[in-house]
Design a binder for this molecule. Structure first.
Ligand SMILES: O=C[C@H](O)[C@@H](O)CC(=O)C(=O)O
Ligand SMILES: [Zn+2]
Length: 279
């Protein structure tokens, strides 16, 4: 069975003409988590790759996929892993990393054997994973809850009070180009990434989770004066092209993981859009 799905890059001019289904086919990632298996989405936006692994009955071994033309997955790549499920382990060339809920692991280029396992089949680990090309082998590093950089953003008055946690940024861990973190909306706050922004130098992927049953998140994309939306359910991800805003509003509060790659490692390099100028 083919273990990857290819997403080619789209131009803003083409996307203007997409209908709902075409927008979803190009940018939305559903069925992200495979039980006891790994199925990748390989994008042509900075060759950023996305998957979710949920080991239940057995350990899952990371294998290379055909488009990489590599002898092992991390031969020319780095990887960030954030566990959103129960406690688990990632064994990397014999070293066992215990990764609890909302802990992360950075893996540098050159690691040959990577094995994902849950501590208990009753509360399986759910490893959300991003991977990007790498030019240098940086050391592996576990990022625990105390290692993250925490920022409070927004306000209840504008329904966007949220806590942003930087897990994989260059002030926490040495990386080639991957950046990852987690943002949690407070109760009563629903808008993420407001005011919105673009960063034509980096693409981004948002993975929405902790969306309560029967609730949804409306994700906004597109050029600032030509926006589109995609309605998203729990545990779905969306690809944000470098030219696109990436903001969302939920029918309740929720949490999401952001991952980025591209030209620079400067988290704060964003071109902010004024709310009253969005179209
Ligand atoms: O470029 C940075 C990313 O879009 C996110 O980190 C923004 C975010 O999580 C938020 O404002 O809530
Ligand atoms: Zn961004």
């Amino acid at each position: 069975m083919k273990n990857y799905d290819m997403r080619y890059a789209s131009s803003p001019e083409a996307v203007k003409k997409y209908d709902t289904q075409q927008l979803r086919d190009e940018f939305l990632i559903q069925n992200l988590f495979s039980q006891d298996d790994i199925k990748w989405v390989y994008t042509h936006y900075d060759r950023f790759m996305i998957t979710g692994v949920e080991p239940v009955e057995k350990a899952v071994t990371l294998e290379t996929i055909d488009p990489l033309k590599a002898s092992f997955f991390l031969e020319r790549r780095e990887m960030g892993i954030i566990n959103i499920g129960g406690a688990g382990t990632v064994t990397v060339d014999g070293t066992v990393y215990e990764i609890d809920n909302k802990e992360a692991l950075y893996l540098g280029q050159g690691n040959k054997s990577v094995i994902f396992k849950s501590n208990s089949a009753d509360a399986p680990a759910k490893f959300y994973i991003n991977s990007t090309p790498a030019h240098k082998a940086y050391p592996n590093k576990k990022i625990g809850k105390d290692d993250v950089e925490v920022i409070e953003l927004g306000a209840p008055d504008t329904a966007n009070a949220r806590t942003l946690r930087k897990y994989i940024v260059n002030s926490v861990v040495d990386v080639c180009q991957l950046q990852m973190g987690m943002t949690s909306l407070k109760t009563g706050s629903v808008w993420n990434t407001m005011p919105s922004h673009v960063h034509d130098r980096r693409m981004e992927v948002y993975f929405y989770f902790e969306v309560p049953e029967d609730q949804a998140v409306c994700h906004f994309m597109g050029q600032p004066q030509e926006t589109r939306h995609i309605w998203m359910a729990n545990n779905e991800a969306v690809i944000s092209p470098p030219w696109s805003i990436h903001s969302g509003s939920g029918t309740s509060n929720y949490t999401f993981i952001w991952g980025m790659a591209g030209e620079n490692l400067d988290y704060g390099d964003m071109d902010v859009c004024n709310n009253n100028e969005l179209r």
